[in-house]
Design a protein around this ligand. Structure first.
Ligand code: ATP
Ligand code: MG
Length: 450
């Protein structure tokens, strides 16, 4: 790339000297006035300006200020004819890259120009890197320092460069979708679509048409042709969430698609081939599903070509404060609150909890705290956790007064309390206790609770 330099100078000797020494290396533009200089700047992409301090219609410093306001990337070098320190300092303060004194030393000028372009290149490179990093989706949004998560990042990087099918596993709320996006946005498919379908949210026939699309008249109500996500994601990535919910029938169809990279729209007879990368996710143990006959073994092996397991939050305890603070900042900003931090004890409380809902639960908790709290520091009292921490200390156990109750009596207690607290709502009570409604009804009867 050849650099363009604009020189604002009226001495013919200086102009000739510059032409002779720099003319081969750079594209040069000459003018004598500020007004003309702005004209040239409007029409050409100038990288560097060398201007006299004293111009017939302005000063070099005034010109510099206007130029910098319009495009801070343009480098300006000022030539002062007076050897005046004040004007040199003034020029530098206004953002000049450097200043030179007359009579112009052409070798010095050459060096200054080279230095300017070197620096420009560095700044551009840094800008580029920053852009790439922020674009590297995921990595900005995924807060993680724990060794087991750094290993996950490593895997994401490795697999992003390939077209391999990826299976992301992990408990609910561990960030499976986030990782799927990170893979896509780090791959060379990043400029094409990332499309997602939640396989658990749609009934079988709808899911099929969502995936493969249909032709006009394929079924009652198919009044026009519709493209499926498989087709729309061409050259991009298709993310199938809750893949464990897929019916055996749809598994067959997807397996065929994976093997042949081809499919037909519902009710169509034309084979369409596409280039789609598939990422799937599940919080189920698919091996168990295979054992139980709910999941095709061949399909399972096809999906888990490359598997990424996301550890539950309780296995990345040191990430808990980082994530908590990250969301505290984010939600404080969103809700315009001035909450600055957690107390040490509050952080401890977060760290010993076992987070069955993982990062999603932590994120939701922080949001609910930010909504109600209005003071700079969050203390343990303000953190109400849904479940008891799994990590009750030995001392706590020893101090606990059992009142000589049997396990059965405890159970009766807990059921009664929860049932009454929820105004005898059976579904709610069953949900809270983590048992089925029928089990609850049986236990209520058995214990004569009403
Ligand atoms: N490491 C992390 N740092 C910051 N936020 C995270 C992290 N992991 C997950 N989250 C956030 O937690 C929420 C849940 O993440 P995500 O939806 O990716 O989980 P999931 O594993 O797909 O859950 P589910 O199995 O319920 O679908 C999202 O809001 C996501 O932004
Ligand atoms: Mg998900």
């Amino acid at each position: 790339m050849i650099h363009r330099i604009l020189i604002i100078e009226d001495l013919k000797d200086t102009i000739d000297l510059i032409k002779n020494t720099l003319g081969d290396e750079y594209e040069l533009y000459f003018t004598t006035t500020a007004a003309e200089a702005f004209q040239i700047l409007k029409l050409n992409k100038i990288d560097l300006i060398i201007t006299d301090l004293k111009l017939p219609d302005s000063t070099g410093v005034d010109l510099l200020k206007i130029v910098k306001k319009q495009d801070s990337n343009i480098t300006v070098i000022i030539v002062t004819g007076y050897g005046s320190i004040t004007s040199a300092v003034n020029a530098m303060k206004s953002g000049a890259f450097d200043y030179l004194t007359k009579p112009l030393d052409i070798d010095e000028l050459k060096i200054v120009i080279e230095r300017a372009f070197q620096q420009k290149k560095l700044t551009d490179e840094i800008k580029d890197l920053k852009f790439q990093l922020s674009e590297k989706y995921g990595f900005d949004n995924i807060i993680a320092r724990s060794p087991n998560m750094l290993k996950v990042f490593e895997k994401v990087k490795q697999v992003s460069e390939t077209n391999a099918t990826v299976l992301v596993t992990g408990e609910s709320g561990t960030g499976k979708e986030l990782i799927a996006k990170a893979i896509h946005f780090n791959s060379n498919r990043k400029n094409n679509s990332f499309l997602a379908i939640n396989c658990g949210a749609l009934p079988e026939n709808l899911l099929e048409s969502e995936l493969f699309g249909y032709e006009k008249g394929a079924f009652t109500g198919a009044t026009s042709r519709k493209m499926g996500k498989v087709e729309l994601a061409n050259k991009g990535t298709l993310f199938l969430d809750e893949i464990g919910e897929l019916s055996l029938f749809t598994q067959v169809k997807l397996l065929r698609f994976l093997e042949q990279k081809e499919f037909m729209r519902l009710g169509g007879n034309r084979v369409i081939s596409v280039d789609v990368r598939l990422i799937t996710a599940t919080n189920k143990n698919l091996e168990d599903e295979v054992q139980a006959g709910q999941f095709r073994e061949d399909f399972y092996y096809r999906l888990k070509v490359f598997e990424i397991f996301l550890p539950p939050l309780r296995e990345r305890i040191n990430d808990i404060p980082l994530i908590a603070v990250h969301y505290l900042k984010e939600f404080s900003k969103q809700y315009k609150k001035k909450i600055e931090c957690f107390s040490k004890e509050a952080i401890e409380k977060l760290k010993i909890y076992n987070w069955p809902g993982n990062i999603r639960e932590l994120k939701n908790l922080i949001e609910s705290i930010v909504i109600v709290i209005d003071k700079p520091m969050i203390t343990p009292d303000e953190i109400s956790l849904k479940f008891n921490s799994g990590e009750t200390s030995e001392a706590e156990f020893k101090n606990w007064n059992f009142e000589g109750k049997t396990l059965e009596e405890f159970e009766k207690d807990i059921i009664t309390r929860t049932y009454f607290q929820n105004n005898r709502n059976k579904t709610k009570t069953a949900n809270i206790l983590g048992i089925g409604r029928t089990t609850l009804i049986r236990k209520l009867k058995k214990n004569n609770i009403d």
